[in-house]
Write a protein that binds this ligand. Structure first.
Ligand code: GLU
Length: 423
């Protein structure tokens, strides 16, 4: 095998292995290997210079055995059909392991949003909903933010959806909304907060002292930034941070801070400069120095396929927490297994986002809103319950955390499909 497996093939491979280990009817894999519905649309946008551009948009609904599809929409130049399918598959597993009443969904638009004006982004967002609204709804398919999308984009989605449907009740069709439009406290922070909940739990199990651990973080977007914030609150230090850096050939460099990074200060610099390049309270190091450094804990929190075979061979780390979706290729995963590196897989580590999206959906239906403390307390309880169940399977089947998480999630989906008479 080479590093050419696309994310869908790697998701399929992981599902196959888990189904075999659970000794499930082969029909389960046959159903789960492809999404149940995939839609591709063309979105025409009138650009500011008067020209017309047509963008490709996608939405995949992986499996509805447990409920409506749920998952984010990303705006990124590399978005493609296979990627969206894979990401929707992972969403089914996240919902399964957290016992949420959802199947997986995911969507995206192939676009580099940095090249568009605010008006063009708004027009593109509205066009996405115009193309898909018949397939969305709080009981059908519920989008949320993902890479390069946020509460503002969700607001355009809500507005366009409500215009097309002529009613004002379906706030729960989208999650990750701003508070004033029915969002939930704690949703913005939820993914990073969950990465820290799972990291804390696994570190304790593995005998790693979080406060003295050498931690490396890749990415300072929504997931990376809140991961850093909550690690800092735990008294842990992130001293290595890998960032985007257009001045480098590989597009990345890293920062080193002897005393550990401060969330507020990074955030402030990034807001002012739109990038962390040149952040004055740290020393610049190369991307390669970052990936070959000795870490207790490494947290990739950017995009998929970052930890390749080549990187895995040189990694010197005890625990990896996958803040991003699919950051480790299957080949790299094998190498890391041989090196006895423990990995908290994406479907567990970053599942806090969809969990709090679920709380938002529930709150929208009741019209009753919880405090941030209530949300975070509940998030910690629900995620801890899932990790405990996963570690039980890990010990019972003598396997790694990733496979145990897949098995834990697939068991639930398979049971629902069986009861529904799908196999
Ligand atoms: N985009 C996030 C994810 O990949 C959140 C999805 C959601 O909240 O529905 O898990």
């Amino acid at each position: 095998m080479t590093d050419t497996l696309n994310p869908l093939e790697s998701a399929q491979l992981q599902i196959k292995k888990a189904c075999e280990k659970l000794n499930l009817n082969p029909a389960v894999y046959e159903i789960l290997k492809e999404p149940q519905r995939v839609i591709e649309i063309s979105i025409p946008v009138k650009m500011d210079d008067g020209s017309l551009k047509v963008f490709k948009g996608y939405r995949s609904a992986h499996n509805h055995a447990l409920g409506p599809s749920k998952g984010g929409v990303r705006f990124h130049q590399n978005v493609n059909l296979e990627e969206v399918k894979a990401l929707s598959t992972w969403m089914s597993l996240k919902a399964g392991l957290l016992a949420l009443p959802y199947g997986g969904g995911k969507g995206g638009i192939a676009v580099d949003p940095k090249k568009l004006s605010d008006r063009e982004i708004e027009s593109l967002s509205r066009g996405y909903i115009r193309g898909l609204y018949k397939y969305l709804g709080e009981r059908i398919d519920i989008p949320a933010p993902d890479v390069n999308t946020n509460g503002q984009i969700m607001s355009y989605f809500v507005d366009e959806f409500i215009k097309l449907n002529g009613e004002n009740e379906d706030l729960g069709t989208f999650t990750g909304k701003p508070l004033i439009l029915g969002g939930s406290l704690g949703r913005n922070e939820a993914t990073g907060y969950g990465v820290v909940i799972t990291t804390k739990y696994a570190a304790k199990k593995l005998g790693i002292d979080l406060k003295n651990a050498e931690i490396g973080l890749q990415g300072f977007g929504n997931v990376g930034s809140f991961t850093l914030k909550y690690l800092q609150e735990e008294g842990a230090k992130v001293r290595y941070l890998s960032i985007r850096d257009e001045s480098e050939e590989c597009g990345r460099s890293a920062l080193y801070s002897e005393e550990g990074f401060d969330y507020e200060s990074l955030q402030k610099y990034r807001d002012e400069h739109k990038s962390l390049v040149g952040y004055p309270k740290a020393k610049k190091i190369s991307d390669q120095e970052f990936w070959t450094n000795k870490f207790d804990i490494l947290i990739p929190a950017a995009l998929e396929n970052i930890i390749t075979e080549k990187i895995a061979k040189n990694l010197n780390v005890k625990l990896i927490a996958e803040g991003a979706n699919g950051p480790t290729t299957p080949e790299a995963d094998e190498i890391l297994k041989e090196k006895n590196v423990e990995i908290i897989p994406d479907i567990l580590a970053n599942s806090g986002g969809v969990l709090v999206s679920y709380y938002e959906w529930v709150q929208n239906q009741y019209g009753n809103y919880w405090t941030k403390e209530e949300v975070q307390e509940k998030q910690e309880k629900d995620m801890t319950k899932a990790i405990e169940g996963i570690f039980e399977i890990k010990d019972q089947y003598k396997t790694d955390i990733r496979e145990a998480a897949y098995m834990f999630a697939i068991k639930r989906i398979a049971e629902a499909m069986k009861l529904r008479g799908w196999y």
